[in-house]
Design a protein around this ligand. Sequence first.
Ligand SMILES: [Fe+2]
Length: 174
Amino acid sequence: MKRVELLLKDPLYMEHIEKNVNLEEDEKYCKHDLRHMIDVARITYILILEHHDLEYFIQEAKLSGKLAAKEVIYAAGLLHDIAKWKQYQTAQDHASIGAEIAHEILPRAFFNDNEVEVIARAIYEHRNISRDMSFLGERLYRADNLSRICFLCEDRHRCLKYQNKEIGHDMLAY
Ligand SMILES: [Fe+2]
């Protein structure tokens, strides 16, 4: 996955991850560091493979093949919370800023215009479930929620997402 390796080494990508890490220094759970990004990338890919949906995704997103699809899925996971630090500072929605940042970073890792649109849309959509979201956006949303180990979190009863059963109740229900 050469393009994913390029993405991980991109200076702007690393800068955003570092800003997330610095602003979450005192947080114990639900961090938005590189580990979370990789967890979500892997879980998104697993969700798609387990349901034998890779070929469907290739057709639906007009991708060139399995490698391109894997790279697009991983790029979406690796970038989905890239702008979390900005939300802490300005209260702007991290998903929409993250989609903008993806437009800037992805061409440098040789993702083409179509792939950039597919990834940016999924990032933009990943916060909330809705009827008309894209295939990748929906899988990203589910993977994000599945990635959190809420039963270990002391603060889970104070967490709105946990109380609303959006997160942490159904970790193995792929
Ligand atoms: Fe996330």
